[in-house]
Design a protein around this ligand. Structure first.
Ligand code: SS9
Ligand code: ZN
Length: 663
């Protein structure tokens, strides 16, 4: 299924008609540069164009009051003076004779997008709209917003499609207070927002935007705020919050639909956000949400006021929705001190509501929610200030790298008597291995693996790896008689082909006879075994009491450890090894493959044993980019697992900064 794109140039036909410094950044060009960038890059042609429509009164009344709607209805007939007068009652917003029409189109576009996704016409999509929506409230316009496009879409999805749970992710740099007010007492809508806050000193300066606003009444726990108390936040900070706050909660919530308040004023260069995250971060934020709700994701444009970073960020988002390989994010050095405080506060505020956060640490000693923080400018913060100046003053960043789609998506190396799953391209060995390499393999790994056809297998394997590295193939599936032997062989084959290999071992391993210390390989093993003594910086055993069949524990290990480690390590190849008898559940297995595609431009090599070929179908499906099925009802993780994971993270965070969640 495809990706919907909604855009209608009618929504460019309103603008600020008088002088108002607070509103001058909200210009029609925001929409035209975004759409033109999609056209120029060829991305719009790859999308399914869906027409905009006007939201009806009853749809608008799902969120707004009749009085407010009636008042807005009058604006097309107002004189300039009347419009100015009418605007005065609201904050940081302006009206125009055509804005009511555009506001109905913006909300209607969001509803068209929901229809396209919920009817299965498309898998996901994006609506490029203005005016934005997330600040508008039941009876008031605010922050450039007239109708709350995403809030209306959430109510509409519940009413028309019986959607039980909606996740709203608001990655715009402003707090979507309008959305928060709408759903704070509603447990069927989980609202997540990060936003520039600076201890309530940044617009809209609301006390209820802080991390301790967790929702109310039956909605308690279903409102997650992460305040940024400094500017200059980078990719590391954003990814840390996704891994350590949003994703655990989102997976536990298990939504039927994901709506994104896709504001791009959180990108570098934006005059509002003054952050330093680069446009390619949105490729990863989108990707990390795409295995929720069976891939049903609707992104609706909110803010974004630097026309260059806005256009780039929109393209990065659409390219990921289309399933293209992700760009590698380099030198992620872990969250800054301020981000860690925000992270820790949000996690501790929610640990009583979400079992996946149950073992989160206590809030930091310094109570960061007070408005006038009296923290002395420590050495670290001085460095951060210097960093910020460099970042925001410069306001230059590299164009996001090109994300080329390999001609072949998934290759396979299988025993001759095993049928190749649909969609995979069977590889034959293009050449025999050099005798030297064969002898190296023979003495390296168990004899059983390198008999006659063993060598054929290895030469095919070598060919597959060469094609992955050459980006001729995106990922691959390998079925071998003995995964342990094959693992060592792959390590040998890759050692001179790639710089860094992330090995993810699912299940028990007899004994891992290669533990490298040179950093060329990072092994993360998830099983029921605890190899305490073998642990090193590059060999990280994660022990689950009930082993890999415990999906709750598994998913916690993925978000709390594997993903942050993977981002920091930034491998050029991911080797995913499924040990026989691991007990991993197929849906979890597919989620894992989906999530690991975020690394190494999607170059994932899956190694499985022939006797597990029953799982080849689901493996192939995940490798081909089909969204993983939602993880059904997740039980509460075993306390000892959650606790052990937190302890392991605290031990490792000295070596791996992306694991930090406590200051
Ligand atoms: N420096 C201008 C103040 C603008 N304040 C309102 C911002 C609304 C953003 C909507 S995404
Ligand atoms: Zn914004």
């Amino acid at each position: 299924m495809g990706t919907a794109l909604l855009y209608d140039e009618e929504m460019t036909k309103y603008k600020l008609l008088w002088v108002d410094p607070a509103c001058k950044i909200e210009v029609p060009e925001r929409l035209t540069v975004s759409y033109e960038a999609l056209v120029r890059s060829g991305l719009s042609d790859r999308c399914i164009s869906v027409p905009a429509r006007e939201a009806s009164d009853s749809e608008i009344l799902l969120v707004h009051s009749e009085a407010y709607l009636e008042a807005v209805k009058k604006t097309p007939y107002m004189t300039l003076e009347d419009l100015k007068e009418f605007t005065l009652q609201f904050g940081d917003v302006y009206f125009h004779p055509n804005i009511y029409h555009c506001a109905k189109l913006a909300s209607g576009s969001a509803l068209q997008l929901v229809d396209s996704v919920m009817t299965g016409k498309v898998r996901n999509g994006i609506a490029l709209v203005r005016p934005p929506g997330h600040h508008s409230m039941h009876g008031a316009a605010n922050g450039f917003c007239v109708f709350n496009n995403v809030a209306i879409a959430a109510r509409y999805a519940k009413q028309k499609y019986g959607v039980k749970r909606v996740l709203i992710v608001d990655w715009d740099i402003h707090h979507g207070q309008g959305v928060q007010y709408c759903f704070e007492d509603d447990p069927s809508v989980l609202y997540f927002s990060w936003h520039r806050y600076e201890h309530q000193n940044f617009w809209p300066n609301l006390r209820e935007s802080d991390y301790d606003s967790v929702g109310k009444e039956s909605g308690t726990g279903f409102n997650v705020n992460v305040p940024w108390n400094k500017v200059g936040m980078e990719n590391s900070d954003y990814l840390s919050v996704f891994c350590h706050v949003l994703l655990p909660v989102a997976y536990e919530f298990c939504p039927d639909l994901v709506l994104v308040c896709a504001g791009f004023d959180s990108a570098i260069g934006d005059p509002e956000g003054e952050m330093c995250a680069t446009p390619d971060i949105f490729a990863h934020l989108t990707h990390l949400l795409m295995n929720l709700a069976g891939g049903k994701l609707c992104a609706v444009l909110e803010g974004g006021y630097n026309l260059t970073s806005l256009a780039q960020s929109v393209c990065q988002t659409v390219q990921t929705l289309l399933g293209d390989p992700l760009p590698q994010l380099a030198n992620l050095r872990g969250p800054c001190k301020s981000a860690i405080e925000s992270l820790q506060c949000a996690r501790s505020a929610h640990r009583r509501y979400w079992s996946f956060l149950k073992h989160a640490a206590d809030p930091p000693m310094t109570d960061i929610s007070t408005k006038h923080i009296k923290s002395t400018m420590e050495e670290e913060e001085k460095r951060e200030m210097a960093e910020e100046e460099r970042c925001t003053e410069g306001k230059v960043w590299p164009e996001p790298p090109e994300r080329l789609c390999p001609p072949v998506c998934s290759g396979s190396v299988l025993p001759d008597d095993v049928a190749c799953p649909d969609g995979l391209k069977r590889l034959s060995s293009s050449k025999d291995l050099e005798p030297l390499l064969v002898s190296k393999l023979k003495n390296r790994s168990r004899t059983a693996a390198v008999d006659g056809d063993g060598v054929t297998t290895f030469s095919r394997l070598y060919t597959l790896i060469e094609k992955l590295v050459a980006n001729e193939i995106r990922n691959g599936l390998v079925l071998v008689p003995d995964v342990t032997a094959a693992m060592c062989v792959v390590q040998d084959l890759t050692s001179d082909l790639v710089k860094r290999v992330l090995v993810v071992c699912v299940g028990k391993e007899k004994e891992l006879d290669y533990v490298t210390t040179d950093g060329k390989v990072l092994v993360v093993q998830i099983s029921s075994e605890d190899n305490e003594e073998q642990r090193s910086k590059y060999y990280i055993p994660v022990c689950l009491k009930k082993g890999c069949s415990d999906t709750s524990g598994f998913i916690q290990a993925v978000f709390g450890l594997l993903l942050p480690l993977g981002y920091e390590y930034n491998p050029d190849l991911v080797l995913l090894v499924r040990m026989p008898g691991s007990g991993v559940v197929d849906s979890m297995w597919q989620q894992l493959i989906g999530l690991l595609q975020g690394f190494a431009k999607g170059h994932t090599l899956v190694l499985m044993q022939v006797n597990e070929k029953a799982s080849m179908g689901s493996t192939a499906s995940a490798l081909l980019g089909h969204p993983a099925p939602p993880l059904q009802e997740l039980q509460t993780p075993f306390p000892e697992d959650g606790d052990a994971l937190e302890r392991l993270r605290e031990r490792l965070q000295a070596d791996w900064k992306m694991l930090q969640t406590t200051s």
